[in-house]
Write a protein that binds this ligand. Sequence first.
Ligand SMILES: CC(C)(COP(=O)(O)OP(=O)(O)OC[C@H]1O[C@@H](n2cnc3c(N)ncnc32)[C@H](O)[C@@H]1OP(=O)(O)O)[C@@H](O)C(=O)NCCC(=O)NCCS
Length: 177
Amino acid sequence: MTPPALELRPLPEQPRAEQRALLALRNEPEVRHNMYDGDLIEPATHERWLDGIAANRRADYHLVYLDDTLIGMVAFTNIDQTHKRADWAFYITGILQGRGIGTALERSALDYAFGPLGLNKLNCEVIDWNEAVIALHKRFGFLEEGRRRAHVWRDGEYHDAVLLGLTRQDWAARQRT
Ligand SMILES: CC(C)(COP(=O)(O)OP(=O)(O)OC[C@H]1O[C@@H](n2cnc3c(N)ncnc32)[C@H](O)[C@@H]1OP(=O)(O)O)[C@@H](O)C(=O)NCCC(=O)NCCS
């Protein structure tokens, strides 16, 4: 099957209206539920978040488009130029989840991280209930490096965060197979 044609566009360079459109995705239950802060986001909070991203030289956010329609976001944060490492997270709109788009998006994100972004190591944290995503990352070679115990308070209980990491070497080895 042909992989979906996804396009990553740098968030701060997009028109503000397009940046604002991301709020609807951020507030979708299917997206919010899997973020550390699962609360609804107010428009004013979203505006401040956008301003913060534009001013943050250690962050690199991309809007994700499918056939010119905004469908998601990929974020690289805590970018460290000395150690060539960063954290990352991603999501797509709920109606398109579970159709292989996330897999294609992860491939694009890793190509970008170890290509133009020039990283040596990519880290991420996933809430323990999100087993499909943990499995997805592992299929791309991410290794589980530990857990932050009782890291997230949600619906009356604490949950662990699973720490995953992928080195450039691991990624490059997979390109050759
Ligand atoms: C993470 C995300 C981008 C993955 O995108 P996606 O398009 O749903 O992923 P895919 O369709 O490529 O599926 C990847 C795997 O997850 C599984 N999966 C996807 N959605 C699932 C769901 N709701 N329940 C169970 N499994 C699911 C798929 O079966 C697939 O596994 P397989 O290859 O063994 O069949 C998307 O699900 C999402 O935005 N989730 C909410 C935010 C989030 O959790 N982000 C990650 C933490 S930062």
